[in-house]
Ligand binder design. Structure first.
Ligand SMILES: *[C@@H]1O[C@H](CO)[C@@H](O)[C@H](O)[C@H]1NC(C)=O
Ligand SMILES: *[C@@H]1O[C@H](CO)[C@@H](O)[C@H](O)[C@H]1NC(C)=O
Ligand SMILES: *[C@@H]1O[C@H](CO)[C@@H](O)[C@H](O)[C@H]1NC(C)=O
Ligand SMILES: *[C@@H]1O[C@H](CO)[C@@H](O)[C@H](O)[C@H]1NC(C)=O
Length: 384
């Protein structure tokens, strides 16, 4: 257990250093990856009848859970060549540039059991999204996902007229010919952390950044990686709930409360007729071989193939239950990009030591690679 925590700490440290190194040019590189599609589960409590509006028969895919499936070898993959088609992949994710010798990890396509995902079509995506702003909000796994979409789009329209705008917390890539902006908003916890005389106070009830978020057309949220972080890398000194300020509290409880704050914001502040809201599920890491039937292993360094089949031996992470429970309480339409189970099978898809920092990273994902499938799913959901 303590060993697991140390591992976790090491990963977080790795990422934190990454952040520090990148503060100046936070998103100077626009990476992308492909989006893969699968059906997103609709969480509607109050609008059950709207599901019945969708006729059966020709709408076959709506009855397919795209998250149930397996990885199949596909020689036409990857969706783009990251060495030639996306010149701005960040060094955390650019596995081939940093010497990854094996290529099979690029060759797997997600095959849902009962349907097939549409192939990612960058031109179609840009035309449909004309004039729209798409924002990823969250930690470095959002950055990973954002990088993937930027690459998928850029690789599909290589002569695109791009503009880049970057500051410490926001990075925007605009495909000017279509007026489509793909934006990364860095937020470790979604809820606010405020500098006060006593120190940095994380406020579980407050979501001030939402004022900007709700002006977007598509929002893809994610948070979890930082909730268990303690010690010097922890991003706050006190935690506040209502009027009560404490030095710490149960972290899963805190995560749950922050998610509820976010859920209330979605219901009260977001015009979901205009803004589509997605929550990117918990991205799994691979530091414990027990989770893929190799109990001795403590990282993903030797992995070159995904797990076969549809399930991995370990169950879903507890944080995913919190996410699902909170999403089910939201009245407005929100989609869970339920990428956890499919990603658990991809022990082969992490950078491991093939990244610009040489640290062992079994938390993030190579670009091109797995997040391209996440975005393929996002695409399929946006065009549905
Ligand atoms: C690895 O995972 C298994 C099963 O979840 C658990 O029993 C074991 O304690 C974990 N090992 C470490 C080192 O965390
Ligand atoms: C999906 O396919 C599997 C087997 O291929 C079948 O058992 C299952 O009933 C199907 N599910 C739906 C919703 O059609
Ligand atoms: C790119 O788009 C901008 C804004 O529309 C325009 O001012 C600029 O001339 C374009 N550049 C090229 C090379 O097309
Ligand atoms: C970063 O850019 C955004 C959008 O342009 C802006 O609202 C925000 O104030 C900027 N932040 C800083 C620290 O400059």
């Amino acid at each position: 257990m303590s060993m697991g925590c140390e591992r976790y700490g090491a990963i977080i440290m790795f990422f934190f250093i990454t952040i520090l190194l990148c503060v100046v040019g936070f998103l100077e590189a626009g990476g992308g990856s492909a989006v893969q599609s699968s059906r997103i589960i609709r969480w509607r409590k109050k609008h059950k009848q709207s599901q019945q509006e969708q006729p059966a028969g020709p709408q076959e895919p709506t009855r397919c859970n795209v998250y149930e499936g397996s990885w199949v070898y596909d020689s036409s993959y990857p969706m783009y060549d990251s060495t030639t088609s996306c010149p701005f992949i960040r060094k955390e994710f650019d596995c081939l540039k940093y010497g990854r010798p094996d290529r099979n990890y690029l060759k797997y396509r997600w095959q849902p059991n009962n349907c097939t995902l549409p192939r990612f079509d960058a031109l179609d995506f840009l035309k449909r999204m004309q004039g729209k702003k798409i924002m990823y909000i969250g930690d470095s796994l959002s950055l990973n996902n954002w990088q993937s979409l930027v690459c998928l789009l850029y690789a599909g329209v290589p002569n695109a007229n791009l503009s880049w705008q970057t500051n410490t917390s926001i990075s925007t890539v605009t495909f000017q010919d279509y007026g489509v902006s793909v934006i990364m908003f860095q937020s470790h916890y979604l809820v606010d952390t405020v500098k006060e005389p006593m120190g940095r106070v994380m406020k579980l009830d407050s979501l001030n950044d939402g004022a900007l978020w709700k002006t977007m057309d598509v929002l893809i949220f994610n948070t979890w990686l930082w909730w268990l972080v303690r010690g010097p890398r922890q991003q706050w000194d006190y935690i506040q709930e209502g009027a009560k300020i404490s030095k710490d509290m149960d972290r899963m409880d805190a995560f749950h409360k922050a998610m509820i704050t976010w859920a209330k914001w979605v219901d009260t502040d977001v015009d979901t007729a205009k803004t589509k809201v997605f929550f990117q599920g918990i991205s799994p890491s691979h530091y414990n071989g027990t989770e893929w039937n190799e109990p001795g292993l403590r990282n993903c360094a030797k992995e070159t193939e995904p797990m076969s089949g549809s399930t991995s031996p370990s169950g879903p992470p507890p944080a995913l239950s919190v996410v699902k429970e909170v999403l089910s309480s939201i009245k407005n339409p929100v989609s869970l990009l339920d990428i956890t189970a499919m990603s658990k099978l991809r022990k082969d898809a992490h950078p491991s030591s093939y990244n610009g920092f040489k640290g062992m990273d079994c938390t993030h994902w190579c670009i091109a690679g797995l997040p391209d499938t996440w975005n393929q799913i996002l695409y399929s959901e946006l065009i549905a």
